[in-house]
Design a protein. Structure first.
Length: 182
């Protein structure tokens, strides 16, 4: 058994050093956005907790961390395949489908049970809503050059730059691999 740090309570679960030290990522709410072109819904998962252990950093400022995935500011609607700017967009619907420790430490109140039940009903209702798709590097650069990005210029330009550099990094890695074969 594991004693929760600082609480003095003994928990009836096996000790997990990765959870205690914050090495796991915990899911947050699922956000549903409505496409401005076709009015279709698409989803985006969020995190309540994550970390940057083992992250890779590039000279252009991009960080890729396995336990802290980033939502791109430009995505493609899975229904009409038009670009959608996530920067500053507000979700149409939000719900949870993960309830860490619910009913584990103490008995849930009737309000908490009703809230959990409502969230589970939303999760069931929207379970087949597709996730956004990634924008290509050419879509990103065209968006930055052809739209008013004054509300989020740095975020959108950096993302387009990172997407363009992704292709160069992939080509560089392939050439290194070919060089090792000879």
């Amino acid at each position: 058994m594991h004693r929760a740090q600082g609480s003095g309570r003994e928990l009836s679960c096996p000790y997990d050093p990765f959870v205690e030290k914050g090495f796991s990522m915990l899911p947050g709410p699922i956000l549903l956005y409505r496409c401005t072109s076709c009015d279709g819904l698409f989803s985006r998962r969020t995190l309540s907790s994550g970390n940057t252990l083992g992250a890779q950093y590039r000279s252009d400022g991009q960080m890729k961390a396995r336990m802290l995935p980033q939502t791109p500011p430009l995505v493609v609607c899975p229904h009409c395949h038009e670009l959608f700017c996530m920067a500053g967009a507000q979700p149409a619907i939000s719900y949870r489908n993960y309830f860490p420790g619910f009913g584990f430490v103490e008995k849930p109140t009737p309000e908490a049970l009703a809230s959990k039940k409502a969230q589970e009903a939303l999760a069931e209702q929207y379970r087949d809503v597709p996730r956004y798709e990634l924008a290509t590097r050419s879509q990103c650069t065209q968006y930055v050059h052809g739209h008013d990005i004054s509300a989020h210029p740095e975020q959108l330009r950096l993302y387009a730059w990172h997407r363009v550099n992704d292709a160069g990094v992939g080509q560089h890695c392939q050439s290194l691999c070919r060089g090792q074969r000879h």
